[in-house]
Design a protein around this ligand. Structure first.
Ligand code: HAM
Length: 427
């Protein structure tokens, strides 16, 4: 019987996995530079956690959750996003009681039952950050700067930052009322999804992408004109801070995001040319969520970035001068010629591995030619050949598979020579 990976999931094979690891390392390094500590939360949580935070009416909660009952009859859900679990952990673990500003990051898989297409999977990965306890726009600017630095450190070019404010519980209803009024004459011309939103979470209509509906959304009022004084100042200060940091952005009043917990600042980072799924990441402020989960009122802000989409964007948008890129593992291949004492090669390999370099060996019964072929197939740049002559002379032959050059070196010099070569000529 043949099996394949479930629809919307994929296998990451070794070559691709090294790009993934590189991206994760760059992400971790940027988080370290900004003073963030890692948090790892469970892959599944109580279903109610997501319904309560993301919003009962959102697409994620109504259609996309992988929900199941465990043997004890509990309703559990594979996490569709990271914020809800981090907020739960922040409260449950007592981090919330420590006061001050808490900066957290995470990296891992998330699950949404969506229609798979380019850039959209049912299991996908996010790197994300969440900051608790800072109310002013400084932290909004800081997390946005971290996102942009992360993309820059990867060498990505051309990503666009779009920012907006969705107001607070005082001024948002005022806007929603104005929006309903403006849409009243055209509401029956909108699709059934928009009509549903019109009755419930009207703001989400701004997220509508279908051209048939969009043409009725051109002349609607902007939420930015309805913000109250505090929200307006917060947004203006954020713009001043981003200008000061030299981070380019566009203000777009229809950036509203697909999750209900946002307040004030929201933003999205898009990569033009990536196709329909061009959002590399997004986030914003969620000042009410900690309280919603039973904590003290605590301002918070964060984002999540889609790993598959960033890697996809890097395929065609990487600055040519941008560093080394994914680190390639230098794998050393050990080949034997003639009848060689069985123990010598394993001992040499152990020494090479103990000094931090990766090494593999051929099976002893293969001809040298077959071993060299195997070394090329394994993409090994250096082959160490140990034959009867070398053993007699206390040497090894080191072959550069790219240039074909060979050198005979003393056995005790092997490790230093390999190290030097790897530094000079990284694979
Ligand atoms: P989100 O916009 O739902 O936000 O997801 C963030 C990013 O995850 C998206 O921009 C996209 O790159 C990636 N993504 C989402 N769904 C898929 C999918 N099905 N396949 C591939 N990539 C996907 C959140 O999840 C919020 N928790 C972000 C946040 C953190 N806000 C505040 N803190």
């Amino acid at each position: 019987m043949k099996f394949s990976a479930p629809r919307g999931t994929r296998d990451i094979l070794p070559e691709e996995a090294s790009r993934w690891r590189w991206l994760e390392e760059v992400f971790r390094e940027q988080c370290r530079l900004y003073g963030f500590g890692e948090i790892r939360t469970p892959i599944f949580e109580e279903t109610g956690l997501f319904a309560r935070s993301i919003g009962e009416e959102t697409e994620i909660v109504t259609k996309q959750m992988y929900t199941f009952s465990d043997q004890g009859g509990r309703s559990l859900t594979l996490r569709p996003e990271g914020t809800a679990g981090v907020v739960r952990a922040y409260l449950q673990s007592g981090l919330a009681n420590q006061g001050g500003v808490q900066r957290l990051f995470y990296f891992g898989p998330f699950f949404r039952y969506e229609r798979p297409q380019k850039g959209r999977f049912r299991q996908f990965y996010q790197g994300g950050v969440e900051v608790f306890g800072a109310e002013g726009p400084q932290l909004d600017a800081e997390v946005i700067a971290l996102a942009m630095d992360f993309l820059n450190a990867l060498g990505l070019e051309g990503a666009r930052l779009r920012i907006n404010s969705t107001g607070c519980k005082t001024c948002r209803p005022v806007y929603e009322k104005a929006l309903r009024k403006a849409l009243a004459p055209v509401v029956d011309k909108l699709c059934s999804w928009c009509q549903e939103r019109y009755k419930g979470n009207t703001l989400r209509i701004l997220d509508e992408k279908r051209p048939d509906c969009r043409r009725y959304l051109k002349d609607i009022p902007s939420i930015l004109d309805s913000l109250d004084k505090e929200c307006r100042e917060h947004f203006e200060d954020l713009r001043v801070l981003l200008n000061g940091l030299g981070i380019p952005y566009e203000v777009e009043s229809d950036v509203v995001r697909g999750l209900d917990y946002y307040t004030r600042t929201v933003f999205e980072i898009n990569q033009p040319g990536l196709g329909a799924q061009d959002a590399l990441g997004g986030g914003g402020r969620y000042d009410g969520l900690v309280e919603e989960f039973g904590g003290k009122p605590t301002p918070a802000v964060g984002w999540g970035m889609g790993v598959e989409r960033i890697l996809d964007a890097l395929e065609t948008n990487r600055q040519p001068q941008a560093g080394k890129g994914p680190a390639q593992e230098g794998l050393v291949y050990f080949a034997t010629a003639g009848s060689v004492d069985m123990e010598i090669v394993p001992n040499l390999i152990s020494e090479v591995r103990a000094s931090g370099m990766a090494a593999i060996s051929a099976s002893l019964d293969k001809a040298l030619k077959a071993q060299m072929k195997e070394a090329s197939r394994q993409c090994c740049r250096w082959v160490v050949i140990v034959g009867e002559d070398e053993i007699a002379a206390g040497t090894v032959t080191l072959r550069d598979m790219e240039s074909g050059e060979q050198q005979n070196i003393k056995r005790e010099k092997l490790i230093d020579t390999l190290k030097q070569l790897m530094e000079q000529k990284p694979l």
